[in-house]
Design a protein around this ligand. Structure first.
Ligand code: NIG
Ligand code: FE
Length: 418
């Protein structure tokens, strides 16, 4: 048996449990001083304080009195894509709106062209670099969406790239089918035909190869209506794909209401989420997966996170890493924005990027907290307490990332600890 004993942890800060935390419980973080964690065959076997139990044959990692938290869970990324879109920044600065760029055949559709032109290996090689960077910033589990193929062959190729990376990269990946990310140019005059293609060809093909856990739809003006989204997500459900939804990002066209009604595992963005959408998500047990770096990058408003916590909706925070609306994969920046822009406490933010993130991708029983039975996923920080992480805007404070019991060096060896 492989054993790793992490000793001399100054403070171990972790939420507890195997389900999303809502309301006041989102801010309840357990802090153990002078702690240790024993990881056996990649899974946490025991956690304690003071003198660790005898551990013959175990490798010992001295945390040097540092803060430890669970590994970060990035519950919303568009990891697999061809090319980048740096030229859109200039258009953005001229004031061209995001949906106008899309309507003119740019935006998501320009990434679709680059993705269709790339092989599975090229897509995986490019994404591997992003995953390496994510790991260095403390991410140990990450969701990855398709959605830049918009045809059966390329959507399957994206999902197969995710499957290959999940086997070869330390970060655990959760695949989501997002064939309903935009209307492909060839179907502009016949939306119904694309929706049929999604429901009758793509979803069955994805399910036949077991390539995705979730089905997602971009429910937005000019993309898919709430009723179209319902049709697609119901078709996904029939094939065992659990529903997720890009909802209320730019226009409130009923996405959050729909998410609650169909029992979506999560609804994402929610920048302009109305009160009845919040109530619907609370009733449906839907986790709100909020993406503050996207608001920052688009110069948009920030989702009503505090109202969601107060209404009993579990809140997760993620990057939305993608080549258009958020080319950022740094969960530490997301954590700072969670405090500064959503007015969440550092404790609420920690739960949002660990346990609630895990719940948003169906993994709350496997990761998201430092407790026996969970994966041995920890971050050792160049920080003495949680407040310091959310406070040091823009720095990489990771010292070491431990993924399923294997330690990886973090990003910045010269960073000044609190
Ligand atoms: O989550 N909103 C829709 N999809 C992505 C953006 C994708 C892109 O611009 O390429 C998002 O922000
Ligand atoms: Fe997204």
């Amino acid at each position: 048996m492989d054993r790793l004993l992490v000793t001399n942890i100054g403070v171990l800060a972790t939420p507890a449990g195997t389900a999303a935390k809502r309301g006041a419980a989102q801010g309840e973080v357990r802090t153990l001083r002078d702690a240790w964690v024993m990881i056996e065959d990649g899974v946490i076997a025991s956690v304690g304080t003071g003198q660790p139990e005898a551990a013959p044959g175990a490798r010992v990692l001295d945390a040097g009195g540092r803060l430890a938290t669970p590994g970060l869970v990035d519950a919303h990324t568009h990891l697999i894509f061809g090319g980048w879109r740096q030229d859109e920044l200039a258009l953005k600065l001229k004031g061209v709106p995001y949906l106008d760029i899309l309507a003119q055949g740019g935006g998501i559709l320009s990434t679709v062209r680059a993705t269709r032109a790339a092989s599975q290996e090229e897509l995986a090689d490019k994404a591997r670099l992003a995953l390496d960077e994510m790991l260095a910033f403390g991410t140990t589990t990450c969701e990855a969406k398709s959605g830049y193929g918009l045809d059966t062959e390329t959507e399957l190729r994206q999902l197969r790239a995710i499957r290959a990376l999940n086997k070869s990269h330390p970060i655990d990946l959760v695949p989501t089918f997002l064939g309903a990310h935009a209307l492909p140019e060839a179907y502009k005059e016949d939306r119904a035909a694309y929706i049929r293609l999604l429901c009758e060809e793509m979803i069955p093909a994805v399910a036949a190869e077991k390539l995705a856990d979730f089905c997602d739809v971009f429910c937005e003006t000019g993309v898919f209506t709430a009723e179209e989204s319902r049709t697609i997500l119901e078709a996904g459900k029939k094939y065992g794909l659990r529903p997720k939804l890009h909802a209320d990002e730019i226009d409130p066209i009923g996405g959050s209401r729909l998410a609650g009604e169909i029992g979506a595992v999560s609804a994402e963005h929610l920048i302009v989420c109305p009160q009845d959408g919040i109530a619907s998500m609370a009733r449906g047990g839907t986790t709100a997966c909020l993406l503050p770096a996207t608001s920052f990058y688009l110069g948009a408003a920030y989702a009503p996170a505090r109202a969601m916590v107060d209404a009993g909706v579990p809140v997760a925070l993620a990057t939305d890493f993608n080549p258009g609306s958020c080319p950022c994969l740094n969960m530490q920046l997301v954590m700072s924005l969670g405090c500064l822009k959503y007015r969440l406490t550092p404790e609420e933010v920690l739960t949002a990027v660990t346990l609630n993130g895990a719940a948003a991708i169906g993994l709350a029983d496997r990761t998201g907290s430092a407790e026996p039975g969970k994966w041995g996923d920890l971050v050792l920080w160049e920080a003495g307490d949680l407040n310091y992480i959310t406070y040091r805007l823009g720095s990489n404070l990771v010292h070491t990332v431990i993924k399923r019991g294997i330690p990886y060096q973090g990003g910045n060896k010269n960073v000044q600890a609190s």
